[in-house]
Design a protein. Structure first.
Length: 61
């Protein structure tokens, strides 16, 4: 199997796992102050970019 195909499978599986973890943590964060909640969602919305960049860089090498 080629690198791009492996990266696509790993990327989709990793993103689904990331979303599940963020949603599970969000249940606990929803009970906190609104600023903590906003910070959590801001960080969670951006945090997936770095691993995705690393995966894409590996795939095109």
């Amino acid at each position: 199997m080629s690198r791009p195909a492996l990266a696509a499978i790993a990327g989709i599986a990793g993103f689904i796992a990331y979303v599940v973890v963020v949603l599970m943590l969000a249940d606990h964060v929803r009970a906190l102050h609104w600023t903590v909640e906003a910070l959590f969602f801001a960080v969670a919305g951006i945090a997936w970019v770095w691993p995705a960049k690393q995966l894409l860089t590996w795939a095109v090498r």
